[in-house]
Design a protein around this ligand. Structure first.
Ligand SMILES: Cc1cc2nc3c(=O)[nH]c(=O)nc-3n(C[C@H](O)[C@H](O)[C@H](O)COP(=O)(O)O)c2cc1C
Length: 347
């Protein structure tokens, strides 16, 4: 059985260069058309991308989503991306903190607060691990990394394809409810590439959960990642379920009408136009994981910075071209929702 360190190394390698996208399933952002305004009456330089998420001011609605921790390479990636988040006013998510539970010496690989003293920092733990810990133990994990909020990730599809993965998912909702009421920092229910449905949203809302990261289908397929690592029956299971999940745009639309305080739109967000569409559908911010990692690994810090500059430029341009001077106006912008996305939103 692979230990956490070698699994994390496999994940980073596969996410950087592997064939881990969805095959035919897309985010469905292509089904959203924002309507062009030929008379925007705006100065591009005055368009305001800022917003408040989980009580902290962001200069732009961008989350660098949870990826890693636990190894030296993870430490370098976390610190580089976290410092970019601080510099540019984004939110940043640490990868699963499970490794700290196994080995306290891995804590420095999650240590980003010195390079990110102000920006919104999200801790991360799987729901199955969280269900085995007391609230005090989870609070300790949050405190160790000085996170502002904790993502509890839900990843049943990935786990069942992983040979060493979890198989018993009972008690997840009760764990989310307990942590949400006892932890003392906001709890975010986060998928990992398969999206959140309207029914899950209703169950979360009924238990008082107010923040979600949809992490929908159409970007990184974690079933595909585990399929590459698997052998035998697990590999074949991964091949069958590689494209499983709810497209990101559909999941955002389904969350938006349920009144969550925070909706992160993660999963296959590839450019600033996707972020604009996500915000128009009701997201608080767009999240990017693999694209940020690839930009960093291919081009170093400068590569990652130019990736985010492009994203912001595209978002600003989309806002100009729909005549939206700020994100509140973008949420009201006229749009057309077509095809499969329209079908999802009637669910
Ligand atoms: C290398 C890598 C490691 C990840 N590890 C975690 C994790 O530990 N916890 C988690 O909640 N999500 C994890 N994710 C999932 C991402 O946060 C994100 O939800 C998902 O990859 C979809 O976004 P994307 O299409 O932009 O990659 C990981 C993603 C990548 C690429």
């Amino acid at each position: 059985m692979a230990d956490i360190g070698s699994r994390k190394a496999d994940h980073l390698d596969l996410a950087t260069t592997g064939d881990v996208g969805f095959r035919s399933r897309t985010t469905l952002f292509e089904c959203v058309e924002l309507v062009h305004d030929a008379l925007p009456e705006l100065d591009v330089a005055a368009i305001d991308l800022s917003c408040t998420v989980l009580g902290k001011r962001l200069a732009a609605p961008i989350l660098i989503a949870a990826m890693t921790g636990g190894t030296e390479r993870a430490q370098r990636i976390n610190r580089e991306l976290a410092s970019i988040a601080e510099e540019r006013g984004y939110a940043f998510g640490l990868g699963s903190q499970r490794a700290i539970l196994k080995n306290r010496e891995s804590l420095p690989t999650y240590g980003v607060r010195d390079v990110m003293p102000r920006a919104l920092l999200l801790g991360n733990l799987g729901v199955v691990q969280a269900s085995k810990l007391s609230t005090e133990e989870v609070r300790d994990l949050v405190g160790l990394v000085q996170a502002d909020a904790l993502c509890i990730h839900l990843n049943p599809a990935m786990e069942v394809v992983q040979a060493e993965g979890d198989r018993d998912f009972r008690g997840g909702l009760a764990t989310l409810e307990r942590l949400n009421s006892e932890l003392g920092v906001p709890v975010i229910a986060k998928e990992t590439g398969c999206g959140l449905s309207g029914s899950v949203a209703d169950r979360l809302r009924a238990r008082g959960i107010r923040h979600v990261d949809v992490s929908g289908a159409g970007g990184t397929s974690w079933v595909a990642v585990e399929m590459h690592r698997a052998t035998g029956a697990n590999k074949s299971l991964g091949q069958t379920f590689r494209d499983w999940g709810i497209p990101t745009a559909a999941s955002v639309g389904l969350m938006a009408r349920r009144g969550f305080d925070t909706v992160f739109a993660t999963g296959g967000v590839k450019d600033g136009l996707d972020i604009a569409k996500a915000i128009a559908l009701g997201a608080s911010a767009g999240g990017i994981a693999r694209g940020a990692l690839q930009a960093l690994e291919a081009g170093g810090r400068a590569g990652a910075v130019s990736f985010f500059e492009r994203l912001e430029g595209e978002l600003r341009t989309a806002m100009l071209l729909v005549g939206a001077k700020d994100l509140a106006a973008l949420r009201q912008a006229p749009r057309l929702v077509r095809g499969e996305l329209a079908d999802w939103l009637t669910l």
